[in-house]
Every structure is written in structure tokens, then in C-alpha cells.
Design a protein around this ligand. Structure first.
Ligand SMILES: [Mg+2]
Length: 268
């Protein structure tokens, strides 16, 4: 009969409990979708690169560009645990690197320029990425939709407000790091099992691998520019790993995950 499919997670009379995924080996339906913000919904890394170029020219008399980048990256890596992710930590790492590579002779005017570059980053208008609004709108109607991002609290709040996407989200989570326990905690707070959650982002390290480790689905949408400290290997072949060229493919992916062949028991 039309619309009826036996034992496939499709039309199940309300009096029956939904199938237990543990017993049936069926992938549960995705009810919750998390979006990363920076370089997933809007541009971010490009502004860091521009500021880094400005930093390089400010210190051109003291250090070659490659050497300076290495020193800056090392400073950012050792400072992450102190300052967290975001523009403020980046500015402090640039200042620290400037002091180092000049043997403490960097002028106050150069330090002032570095701080000014940081303030400009914090004021830069939002540039939404292609399909960002349509993708969030398309899934917001029938999913619990979350924005999950790292970075400076104030800056991320500002960017979300300027993006005009704020009203589409059921929840906004600005976290200090993205690890499996952090994701589990977020989904739990929203009353969702990790197994029914999907996270979409441009960082395999932060948006994809920890969500898969937590039991959810990870969707990688490469941006092209990625910070060296966010690089990781793709878990190719993992059943809960997917890759999209851009957010325009999200609704098709969700449709595909709901299709009958994906709802049939696996490994039997
Ligand atoms: Mg990102």
C-alpha cells in the first residue's frame, strides 16, 4: 500500500515504540543538526591571513616571512591553553612573536599597529558563504538546529547577530574547545542522543572527528583555507562520515540518509 513500508523506520503506527537502533542495527533518524560558524557559514580564515600578511610586512626588517609564520604558529599553539581560540589570542600571539623576533626591540608603534589590526578583525563585516542561509533555513523547519562554535564569546555573538541567521537556530553553543565530551554534553543539554545528531563544518579536527567519536554523523564541507592547527585526516570509509562540496548539497544528503536502503539493517 502506498506510503507503507514494513519494518524500515518509515511509517510506524504510533502505538509501537520506535525500533531500538542497538538491536536492529539501523541508523537512527537525524533529528538534530549542528553547524560550525567560521568558514562554514561565513568567511573567517581569509581575514586571519590578511592580518598575518600585515604582520609580516610590519616585521619585514627583522624576520623572513616563512620564519615569522613558523614562530607565530608556535606561539599560537603554546598559547591556545591560555587564551583559547579567536582573535584576542591571535593578537597576543602576534605581539609575543614580535617581541621574540626583534630581541625585545619592537617599537610601541608596531605593537599599536598589531593591536589595531586585531580590532579591525573584530569589526569586519560578516560575509556569508554560498548556500549558508538556504541550508540552515531548509533544515530548520524539521530539525533541532544548533550553532556550535569556538572562539571569542563577544566576537562570535557579534558575528551571529550580523549574519542575520540568529533566529534560525534553536540553540547557540560557544565553547572553548570541540571534543567528543563537549559534543555529548551539548546534545544531552538539548535532550538529544549523539546518534541522532549531525555536525557540519569545515574542520575535520573540530567539527567532524569528535562528533563521529561521540556517536554522531560528521559532515565535512571543505573551505579551501584552513588554519594549520585545524588540519586532520579524513576518516574515509567511515559509515558516519560524509563530505559535501558546499552547503547546497545538505538537503540531498539528508534525503539520502533517510532513504529505505539506509534504513535497512546492515551487516545481515
Ligand atoms: Mg570552522
Amino acid at each position: 500500500m502506498p506510503g507503507y513500508r514494513a519494518n524500515n523506520g518509515g511509517k510506524i503506527p504510533a502505538r509501537f515504540a520506535p525500533p531500538d537502533p542497538e538491536k536492529t542495527n539501523m541508523p537512527p533518524r537525524i533529528t538534530t543538526i549542528g553547524f560550525d560558524a567560521d568558514d562554514t557559514l561565513w568567511q573567517n580564515e581569509a581575514f586571519f591571513r590578511l592580518t598575518q600578511d600585515r604582520f609580516t610586512s610590519l616585521l619585514a626588517d627583522y624576520a623572513e616571512a616563512d620564519h615569522l609564520h613558523d614562530r607565530l604558529l608556535a606561539a599560537e599553539r603554546r598559547n591556545l591553553g591560555h587564551y583559547g581560540f579567536g582573535v584576542k589570542g591571535f593578537v597576543l600571539s602576534m605581539i609575543e612573536t614580535a617581541i621574540e623576533v626583534t630581541d625585545q626591540r619592537v617599537s610601541a608603534s608596531v605593537l599599536a599597529e598589531i593591536m589595531q589590526a586585531g580590532r579591525e578583525m573584530l569589526e569586519h563585516p560578516i560575509e556569508l558563504l554560498p548556500h549558508a542561509r538556504e541550508a540552515v533555513e531548509a533544515v530548520a523547519a524539521d530539525h533541532h538546529v544548533l550553532l556550535i562554535t569556538k572562539g571569542d564569546l563577544l566576537d562570535q555573538e557579534r558575528k551571529l547577530a550580523q549574519s542575520g541567521l540568529g533566529d534560525l537556530f534553536d540553540g547557540v553553543e560557544i565553547v572553548s574547545d570541540k571534543t567528543p565530551p563537549v559534543y555529548r554534553g551539548i546534545f544531552q543539554r538539548h535532550g538529544r542522543a549523539p546518534e541522532e545528531a549531525m555536525m557540519i563544518g569545515n574542520s575535520l579536527k573540530s567539527d567532524v572527528l569528535p562528533v563521529i567519536a561521540a556517536g554522531g554523523v560528521g559532515v565535512y564541507v571543505p573551505h579551501g583555507l584552513i588554519w594549520a592547527l585545524e588540519q586532520a585526516e579524513a576518516p574515509q570509509g567511515h559509515p558516519r562520515y560524509h563530505e559535501l562540496a558546499d552547503l547546497g548539497g545538505l538537503t540531498d544528503l539528508l534525503h539520502q540518509l533517510r532513504s529505505p536502503e539506509n534504513q535497512m539493517p546492515r551487516n545481515t
